[in-house]
Design a binder for this molecule. Structure first.
Ligand code: DGJ
Length: 729
């Protein structure tokens, strides 16, 4: 630890070819650089960086040069989104002025903690950690100490927002972030960086289906493989904000800023003496390797977490699309047997097993196995699953309640709604106030006891509506999205502590709660309710912008997709579902022998390839023709890769010509093989001759040739995919 008086004026954090430079200025530190690694810097060089970080004084502006502080506010004449917003209750004073009182720099851990104090009696501990993969984690704790004799003593501070902002240079001219809807999550959208604020908020009590997800600013036309990109993710499952902001005067010597934080509702955070507010962590990543570079940093970072799933991701069968609410033991046992016969390793019983749950209108809250449909409990099903050596998973939607449930009748005060009325229902359901201690305990007891009774290995944890007017009835109607989110994390943690082997999936109307906050407490996400492979190709490639394949549920659905009614071939559906944590939603009881044997071959292929698929680097080629996709997973050591060449629709051009295959080791020679176990894709025309050689594993090319010249790819029929394996020889 060092005092301000003895501190080094500049702190330089380095990690994963990224640098982050902060000047410990007064009253507040300034961010001088976030981006490319600056290398080992001499004191003289650091001094020069500091000296050249000061811009000129412009017309009609401050009399001193503007600098971007770590917590920009009006106190330093910052006219953009303030780093902190709120006011002192007694006086209404909304202008906290912070100054640096100390810092801790751990060069080994590449971390910096700044201790800031403000005249309104608040302390902010602001933490930056730059990991070996280039992920910069930023979080803060705002604390109101019990101090006698300070201004505002005994007074409360109403916090409106705590926003962390990092600088962007002038060359970051474009933004890519995401929107979406049910069954089409994570649709990218591109904008120029505007003057003013590009602001994305979720006020839905969860990141939701239109989550901004990962806000990326980058150089002109940045793409998967090219461009410099600065990305930011809010690791939080409640309300949140993402922004890029450009003021005419810039941000110190920088052009604009990127950042965000939790979106707090009025009255959600009041800091009285002794209280603290812990912000969510914001993760920032810079790369000069395009969006693939950013994705790779996040994937490596996630894989380095101690709790990252370590055992092979078991092949899943989920009952939802096969039976929906029709829970009959006979057909379910047959489904289990068929699942075992094709190589499934985990069977998940979806919605419909608990009291009164014959449709999506009833039952939520009554987490008892329904004796009407399960007269012997779940035991006969669980025993059959176990007899095949498979794991058993069960669906829950703990945070929800139907007003007709016993729970709602007995505990109307547990409904998360204003005291005067329950508010609009969505999917015929309301929300349970899980921050209510008794409600939380009820859920814990119910889930714990079912997990213990049936030895449940896996929970699909669903959340099928947004939160509106989320008000704690027990707390006079106080806004409670933050409390709900914290209670969720506590509940997940308590269950995992009690059942250390239990795995949990985050699902929310499909992919409505996909964030690195919930993934601190869960093991994978359900990417979307849409199992149509055409839609899934998009959803998965963009969900993969943040998450590695092993954290993303990718299941094969029925030939006629339940969500779009598009009919696709089995091989295309299987090829699509291969690139994630694979599973089956299709009704195996309705499959003929031919389909079952293809699914069995796919299951074998998944098991053979999952070590590569769940550890390699995601590669997405930039192609001019939007009807074609080339993406793959390449081993970090360059030994192997698996690619998909897919066609979604027809194109104006007759052929694609040579398509470079990026991401392979340039100096290695590869044997190229087609993998046709799941069927050959239908071709629109005679294929190029090399495909026959690849069928025999007789084609070899070096990585450099592949990534520069590439291969003349066959023209596939629409909605077809070709799997190509590359093995270094
Ligand atoms: C929404 C999920 O996304 C589906 O997979 C399924 O579990 C249903 N809920 C069940 O109600």
């Amino acid at each position: 630890m060092s005092d301000l008086a003895q501190s080094t004026p500049l702190i330089h954090l380095r990690g994963g070819a990224t640098s982050f430079v902060v000047e410990l200025g007064a009253p507040l530190p300034h961010v001088l650089h976030w981006g490319a690694d600056l290398g080992e810097l001499s004191t003289a060089e650091l001094d020069t960086i500091r000296a050249t970080a000061v811009p000129g004084i412009t017309h009609n502006s401050t009399d001193l040069p503007r600098l971007l502080t770590v917590l920009p506010t009006e106190a330093d004449a910052w006219s953009g989104t303030p780093g902190i917003e709120g006011h002192l209750r007694s006086t209404g004073m909304p202008y906290p002025r912070f100054h640096l009182t100390g810092h801790t720099h751990d060069a080994q851990a590449s971390s910096l903690t700044l201790r800031l104090h403000c005249d309104l009696g608040l302390e902010l501990s602001l933490r930056y950690r730059l990991d070996a993969h280039g992920i910069l984690a930023v979080d803060g704790r705002l604390h109101r100490p019990v101090l006698a004799g300070t201004p505002g003593e005994g007074d409360a501070f109403d916090l409106t927002a705590l926003t962390f902002l990092l600088p962007l240079p002038e060359r970051a001219t474009e933004i890519v972030d995401f929107t979406g809807k049910w069954s089409r999550e994570r649709s990218p959208q591109r904008h120029p960086v505007p003057f003013g604020t590009h602001l994305r908020e979720s006020r839905r009590g969860r990141p939701s289906l239109d989550s901004p997800y990962l806000l990326m600013a980058g150089t002109d036309g940045f793409a998967f493989r090219t461009g410099e990109v600065w990305g930011m993710h809010v690791a939080w499952s409640g309300n949140q904000r993402y922004l890029v902001e450009q003021l005419p005067e810039g941000a110190g010597a920088h052009r604009s800023v990127v950042g965000g934080g939790e979106l707090l509702l009025p009255g959600e955070v009041t800091l009285a003496d002794g209280d603290s507010y812990d912000s969510p962590t914001l993760y920032f990543a810079w790369s000069d390797g395009g969006m693939d570079g950013v994705a790779d940093r996040f994937h490596r970072f996630l894989r380095s977490r101690p709790h990252h799933p370590a055992k092979p991701r078991p092949l899943v069968l989920n009952t939802w699309e096969a039976v929906y609410f029709q829970h009959d033991l006979g057909p379910l046992l047959e489904l289990v047997d068929r699942a075992a016969s094709v190589g499934v390793e985990r069977v998940v019983l979806d919605d419909g097993w608990f009291l009164g749950r014959r449709s999506d209108r009833t039952g939520l809250g009554d987490w008892f196995v329904d004796p009407e449909v399960w007269p012997n409990g779940l035991t006969p099903l669980v025993e059959r699953v176990r007899s095949h050596g498979m794991e058993f998973g069960l669906w829950f939607e703990p945070e929800m309640i139907n007003l007709s449930s016993r729970l709602a009748q007995e505990h109307p005060d547990w409904i998360l709604a204003p005291p005067s009325g329950a508010g609009p229902s969505i999917r015929h359901q309301h929300v349970l106030d899980i921050a209510h201690e008794e409600a939380w305990k009820f859920l814990y007891e119910r889930i714990d006891s079912l997990v213990s009774q049936y030895g449940i290995d896996y929970i699909k944890w669903d959340h099928n509506r947004e939160l509106h007017e989320a008000s704690s009835r027990a707390d006079g109607g106080r806004a409670a999205v933050r409390a709900q989110t914290e209670a969720l994390y506590r509940l997940l943690d308590a269950l995992r502590a009690r059942h250390p082997a239990l795995e949990i999936e985050s699902c929310a109307s499909g992919g409505g709660r996909v964030d690195l906050g919930v993934l601190q407490h869960t093991d994978r996400v359900w990417a979307s309710d849409c199992n149509d492979p055409v839609e899934r190709q998009h959803i998965q490639r963009w969900t993969g912008q943040l998450l590695p394949p092993e954290l993303m549920g990718t299941h094969v659905g029925a030939a006629e997709a339940h969500t779009t009614q598009r009919v696709t071939s089995l091989s295309f559906r299987l090829a699509t579902a291969l690139f994630g944590h694979a599973g089956i939603e299709q009704d195996l009881n309705a499959c003929d022998d031919g389909e079952l044997s293809t699914i069995r071959a796919w299951a074998d292929l998944y098991k053979e390839l999952r070590p590569l698929l769940h550890s390699g680097r995601v590669v997405r080629a930039d192609l001019a023709d939007e009807q074609t996709l080339l993406h793959g997973i390449a081993a970090h050591d360059g030994t192997s890769a698996l690619f998909t060449w897919a066609r979604l629709g027809t194109s104006a051009a007759v052929t694609s010509g040579r398509i470079p295959v990026p991401g392979l080791a340039p100096d290695r020679r590869y044997r190229i093989r087609t993998r046709t176990e799941i069927g050959r894709p239908a071709l629109h025309e005679d294929p190029p001759g090399w495909l026959a050689s690849a069928d025999e594993g007789a084609l070899t090319l070096c990585g450099h040739t592949l990534s520069t010249l590439g291969l003349p790819m066959p023209t596939l029929q629409p909605q077809q995919a070709l799997l190509l394996q590359f093995d270094a020889i």
